[in-house]
Design a protein around this ligand. Structure first.
Ligand SMILES: O=c1ccn([C@H]2C[C@H](O)[C@@H](COP(=O)(O)OP(=O)(O)OP(=O)(O)O)O2)c(=O)[nH]1
Ligand SMILES: [Mg+2]
Length: 154
């Protein structure tokens, strides 16, 4: 199958003087779906069990219309350390020009420390459609109809 055309995302360092040392989001292997994104923290962030923190990345971006960026947890951080995202997947809208921030949550029973430059999440680019909603008073019938929430068994 042909590789699809790569959308271009313009990305801006908000504090190039301070955060110029941090790498831009990047794929760690050639086939990675996600680009790992780093914490632009000035000092270590200690997260007690259950803590939520909005972590700066020092980055803003312009995503082309028709695309979104999802912010997803990194499995290693989540499974080994219990540090995940509180709103997963986070959504970066194509019209958002503010700083991309990462909502971390410490789901472990121990204090976890996040340091400057830590790869705290991954960005996945996806296509989105803005659907046209047509209000109606009747919907077509299906075999499933209203069945859901495990009606086929667990
Ligand atoms: O993990 C995230 C999620 C969101 N955002 C930014 C980009 C996104 O475009 C904006 C709004 O996100 P969302 O629509 O999920 O939040 P909301 O609570 O609906 O806010 P709004 O009313 O501003 O849309 O916040 C982030 O930086 N990181
Ligand atoms: Mg919103």
């Amino acid at each position: 199958m042909q590789a699809q055309e790569q959308p271009e995302i313009r990305i801006k360092r908000l504090n190039p003087g301070k955060d110029g040392d941090l790498p831009l989001p990047r794929c760690m292997t050639p086939g990675s779906a996600g680009m790992d994104i780093c914490a632009a923290l000035d000092e270590d962030l200690a997260m007690a069990p259950g803590d939520i923190a909005l972590v700066p990345t020092g980055l803003a971006m312009a995503i082309p219309q028709g695309f979104e960026v999802q912010v997803r947890p990194r499995s290693g951080l989540a499974i080994k350390q219990g540090v995940s995202l509180v709103n997963t997947p986070g959504t970066i809208d194509s019209d958002y020009r503010g700083e991309v921030k990462i909502g971390l949550i410490n789901l472990s029973r121990e204090t976890r420390t996040i340091s400057r430059g830590d790869r705290i999440a991954q960005l996945i680019v996806g296509r989105v459609f803005q659907a046209r909603l047509t209000e109606t008073d009747s919907l077509d019938e299906t075999e499933r109809n209203g069945g859901g929430f495990g009606h086929t068994g667990v």
